[in-house]
Design a protein around this ligand. Structure first.
Ligand code: ADP
Ligand code: MG
Length: 480
């Protein structure tokens, strides 16, 4: 069997989190009773007219800026005509000829490697209503609530080469729209959905094969499975001497397979034309500048700030930058540089689980108390593991505004002792009890230091300061 390369390009639909719908004042809200979040405009009653939502335009400009796209200062809406019961107007308002932005690229990480995907264009449009064919024995059900929800569609170049890359790119895009605060990026609720275009070609070729388009995939896992299934299906056909014909497919999540929805011949002729009800959109420089100025932090800038300014490792900066709110929280801390990695692992291992209990939001935690706690741990006056075990919870849960952390540590008997007499007494005791090992150490078995450390630590009940202890032990053992 020949080697094949899989080629994938995505059309990603992102529902924007604007206050109202794209072309009318209906609230833009998910999860309402069916057919309650509607108005004459959503229902396309005769005589109604669309009005542009400035927030949709602003969101699109922010996204364009993040992707390095060129903004078309003059762009316009077109009508895409087709008949379906969940589309009351009989056409969708979209951008076909002159989208709001073209070009651009995005860098994302896949399995530890930086990848770049080129963006073909981004356009604005509106969502349709929702049809359900499995809720009733006899009828299909239509819910118009979703009709008119503002969308941006991001169309990529066919630059993806594996199911994993598709998964990781979608994850990166979810992260981006959340950073920009233009969408919740929630795939389960359909806020982010993809059409996945898949083709295969012999690995030694550079001519793309015929593609098939898997419609409306609503999870990263499904996107991955769809690509895996679809590429294998196409390879099998080619290996058997067949040819691939262009089809639109539906993904079956239960089976992990794709099935034809329509072929190219049955494809709709959408009869696109400029929407006469909406004048061209002309963007002023000041509007664009204002949108761009509101973009304060992007995932990749967050990561480099965490690495360069705070000295975090790749791993830690990855974890802290996953959500913008965590980065904002992290930046509230004023600590010595070396303590930021302590803070990062504290956030990952203690604060995240606490937040996940759902009692409190990150933003409501007491930064001053946490700062004291991190400082205490890094000062070496308490044992890190003991403090994390018996103090951390109390620090996070405390309602005291200005916690006396030293006192708390003392209460829990956590202060490590560098009390000279106390340590020297124990060291003398341990050396006297282990004469043989002392001799061995002195004749060159320096590895025994760890043994003595362990003995003294045990006798001090973990309260010896390891740094002071090492110094004192080495001194005592050097004596003859
Ligand atoms: P349309 O769906 O309107 O015909 P395009 O032809 O521009 O639009 O392609 C839409 C999507 O298909 C894009 O995301 C693009 O990257 C992807 N695509 C185009 N050609 C291929 C190919 N040979 N294999 C995989 N994906 C492709
Ligand atoms: Mg398409």
């Amino acid at each position: 069997m020949k080697d094949y390369t899989t080629v994938i390009g995505l059309e990603v639909h992102v529902q924007l989190n604007t206050i109202s719908k794209a072309f009318c004042a209906d609230p833009n809200k998910f999860g309402q009773e069916p057919n309650t979040n509607i108005s004459a405009v959503s229902l396309a009653l005769p005589g109604t007219l669309p009005v542009l939502n400035e927030e949709q335009v602003a969101s699109s400009v922010k996204l364009a800026h993040a992707l390095g796209s060129t903004i078309n200062k003059e762009n316009r809406f077109d009508r895409k005509n087709y008949f379906y019961p969940d589309l009351p107007k009989g056409y969708q308002i979209t951008q076909e000829k002159l989208p709001i932005c073209v070009g651009g690229e995005m860098v994302y990480m896949s399995e530890g490697i930086e990848k770049t995907i080129r963006i073909h264009h981004v356009h604005m449009e509106e969502d349709a209503g929702k049809s359900s064919h499995d809720l009733h024995d006899l009828y299909s059900m239509v819910d118009i609530n979703r009709a008119g929800t503002p969308l941006v569609e991001i169309v990529t170049e066919p630059d993806l080469r594996s199911a994993q890359e598709v998964h990781d790119f979608i994850a990166a895009l979810q992260q981006l729209v959340r950073y920009l605060d233009i969408s919740d990026g929630n795939m389960e609720e359909g806020s982010l959905r993809c059409d996945v275009n898949v083709s295969v070609m012999p690995s030694d070729s550079d001519i793309y094969g015929e593609r098939n388009e898997v419609k409306n995939v609503n999870s990263k896992k499904f996107a991955k499975t769809a690509v895996e299934y679809e590429s294998q299906r196409q390879i099998k056909i080619l290996e058997a001497g067949g040819t691939i014909s262009m089809n639109t497919l539906l993904f079956d999540p239960a089976k992990g397979t794709t099935a034809p929805m329509r072929s190219k011949e049955e494809a709709n002729d959408y009869r696109y034309f400029p929407d006469p009800d909406l004048p061209p959109i002309v963007l002023s420089d000041s509007f664009i500048d204002e949108c761009i100025a509101s973009v304060t932090l992007l995932p990749w800038t967050a990561k480099s700030i965490l690495k360069d300014k705070y000295g975090l490792s790749d791993y830690d900066s990855e974890i802290i930058s996953r959500e913008k709110s965590t980065v904002d929280f992290f930046q509230l801390f004023d600590l010595p540089t070396k303590s930021f990695s302590t803070l990062a692992s504290y956030i990952a291992n203690q604060i995240f689980p606490y937040i996940n209990e759902g009692q409190i939001d990150l933003i409501d935690l007491n930064v001053a108390n946490i700062t004291k706690f991190i400082t205490l741990i890094d000062s070496g006056t308490v044992s890190r593991s003991a403090a994390l075990k018996s103090l951390s919870d109390e620090v996070l849960r405390s309602t005291v505004i200005d916690l006396d952390i030293e006192k708390l540590a003392q209460k829990h008997n956590l202060i490590q002792s560098d009390d000279q007499d106390f340590l020297e007494t124990i060291i003398a005791e341990v050396l006297a009890q282990n004469e043989g090992k002392v001799k061995a150490y002195r004749s060159g078995k320096k590895g025994l230091l760890g043994f003595f450390m362990g003995q003294v630590m045990g006798k001090s009940k973990g309260k010896a300061n390891p740094k002071v202890l090492t110094e004192k032990l080495e001194k005592a053992l050097a004596k003859d």
